[in-house]
Design a protein around this ligand. Structure first.
Ligand SMILES: [Zn+2]
Length: 214
């Protein structure tokens, strides 16, 4: 889906709540959230916009997005499981004030992601190892390891400066890449695959049975 950065007064942008590129209704002084009226921005510094898709609001101070506060972190992947999204959002909300705290929370995000992808959660390193043995792409493995290593540095003294918001900011994108590869892509391709004619799917199954070693 096309991404349009959030901007105060813009008719449509990618909603920081639902991740959908949707129309946004803006409200300043005299407008009303429910009728979605537009108006020229007055001197009132407090502005509100409301997403047509999820009905959630954004709070602005002039042109600065105050709520939801994600620092420089991008919106979470649309298919990110709910509980993991909560931790991601919490990490994003503190990423500017405490990059170290955000990195530690993102390590937890990785741990939970590994569990949702079949790991047992007791040891992230072992869970990543298991995923490699199941054929996870190297790109995903590297993304998981980067977040794990930086996150470890946030928890234990290490060599990486986790107080650098720029380093920690990149971890958010990596988590979205992992979700895209491991959750969104299989979902999208699976849906299209399932729409193939039954005969074609049976022929593919038969071919794969033959290819299996006896
Ligand atoms: Zn929305």
């Amino acid at each position: 889906m096309k991404y349009i950065a959030q901007e105060s007064g813009l008719k449509s942008f990618t909603c920081p709540h639902c991740g959908v590129l949707a129309r946004q209704y803006h409200w300043v002084n005299s407008g009303n959230l429910d009728n979605g009226s537009y108006g020229t921005f007055s001197a009132n510094p407090i502005r509100v916009s409301k997403c047509e898709h999820c009905d959630k609001i954004c709070l602005w101070y002039f042109d600065k997005l105050v709520y939801p506060n994600r620092g420089n972190a991008p919106s979470p992947n649309i298919d990110m499981p709910g509980e993991i999204k909560k931790d991601y959002e919490e990490a994003a909300s503190i990423s500017t004030q405490s990059p170290r705290g955000a990195a530690a929370l993102l390590r937890l995000v990785i741990q939970k992601l590994c569990i949702s992808l079949g790991g047992n959660g007791s040891n992230i390193n072992e869970d990543i190892q298991t995923m490699i043995s199941k054929g996870v792409p190297v790109t995903v493995q590297q993304a998981l390891d980067i977040v794990r290593v930086v996150g470890n540095n946030a928890v234990h003294p290490g060599q990486i400066d986790v107080d650098d918001p720029e380093i920690v900011g990149k971890l958010f994108s990596l988590i979205n890449v992992i979700c895209e590869y491991m959750i969104s892509m299989p979902k999208k391709i699976g849906e299209i695959y399932n729409s193939l004619p039954e005969d074609s799917k049976k022929a593919i199954e038969k071919r794969d049975m033959k290819a299996k070693p006896t």
